[in-house]
Design a protein around this ligand. Structure first.
Ligand SMILES: O=c1[nH]c(=O)c2[nH]c(=O)[nH]c2[nH]1
Length: 305
């Protein structure tokens, strides 16, 4: 370095910014048939952003909060036909409406849902594709057998037929009563067989598993829910009532909250269409359902099984 020359300042390299992981659920209600789109949208913008880094001037900065609002407003205004089409809309909007923004990268993960088909008319119940992990625990001490089967990560949603009201209200209660909400959970369940070890009378384990899952899903879809607790009981009771080989069922059900997004500030009405899918905190509803006269053996904490 030459004598008396000032060191040049470090140079800003590639930079980008935006709101990551906007969880948007869009419901289209076609009478009793509902359709859902469930996306995780990350916005990354770049352009003339030297000043905000060098001097802190925000004159060119569209807030990340605005990019989040745009995702939710576009879900209402334009709908979500496909992840690609939705991303194209967003990217074009940011680059063409904001002079300092030269590049927009929209990354989208889409979570696929399949309809839960039941004998009834209702078409508002879904199970997330990718499905569950099947579990089994077998214990034998030379005398006594215990077989517990189960599953985890079975994600299900009802886009209507769920309410929650009439609960205790104290000084700290702010929750508004809900008369038509989304009910979604990620089922973790275990069920204990009453099989005592006789090969002749062993259940067909695969058939039993498929049937338990079917009854659990049907009860979830067909129960008009006043609480997740009530739905949980209905799911367990349906299994006990229909599967004589099972004496005990335990469920751990996180209440995967979906909050209606307030679109009023953008002059848009949210007619139960656009939701923010929160990942935490979540209500956690857990209970055992027993055949009358039977004892509980499944541990309270299912992570121990
Ligand atoms: O189904 C529900 N059960 C609750 O106990 C509860 N608590 C809450 O805030 N929301 C809900 N939803």
């Amino acid at each position: 370095m030459a004598v008396n020359s000032r060191p040049s300042r470090p140079v800003l390299g590639q930079n980008q910014y935006g709101k990551a992981e906007n969880r948007v659920v869009r419901i289209v209600r076609d009478g009793a048939t509902h359709h859902i789109k469930d996306l995780n949208v990350s916005v990354s913008l770049s352009g003339d952003m030297d000043d905000v880094h060098y001097s802190g001037s925000n004159a060119n900065v569209l807030p990340t909060d605005t990019t989040k609002n745009t995702v939710y407003a576009f879900a209402k205004e334009h709908g979500i036909e496909s992840a690609e089409q939705f991303g194209i809309h967003l990217a074009r909007h940011f680059v063409t409406s904001q002079e300092p923004i030269h590049r927009a990268r929209i990354r989208i993960e889409e979570y696929a849902w399949e309809r839960i088909e039941t004998s009834g008319e209702a078409r508002h119940s879904f199970v997330r594709k990718g499905q569950e992990t099947r579990l089994a625990q077998i214990t034998f001490d030379g005398e006594t057998w215990e077989v517990v089967s189960g599953l985890k990560d079975l994600v299900v949603m009802n886009s209507t037929n769920s309410e929650f009201w009439g609960y205790v209200k104290d000084t700290y209660t702010t929750l508004p009563e809900a008369y038509d909400r989304i009910l979604a959970t990620q089922v973790s369940g275990r069920w204990r067989f009453n099989w005592t070890g006789d090969e002749e009378t062993a259940p067909d384990w695969d058939t039993s598993y498929e049937q338990v899952k079917k009854h659990m899903l049907e009860a979830f879809a067909e129960t008009y829910s006043l609480s997740l607790q009530q739905t949980l009981y209905a799911m367990g009771a349906r299994i006990i009532d229909n599967r004589g080989e099972i004496d005990e069922v335990r469920f751990s059900l996180p209440n995967k909250h979906h909050f209606l997004v307030d679109l009023e500030p953008f002059g848009l009405k949210n007619d139960n269409e656009v939701y923010f899918a929160a990942d935490r905190p979540y209500g956690l509803i857990e209970a055992t359902i027993l055949r009358d006269g039977c004892e509980a053996h499944i541990p309270v904490d299912l992570t121990n099984l």
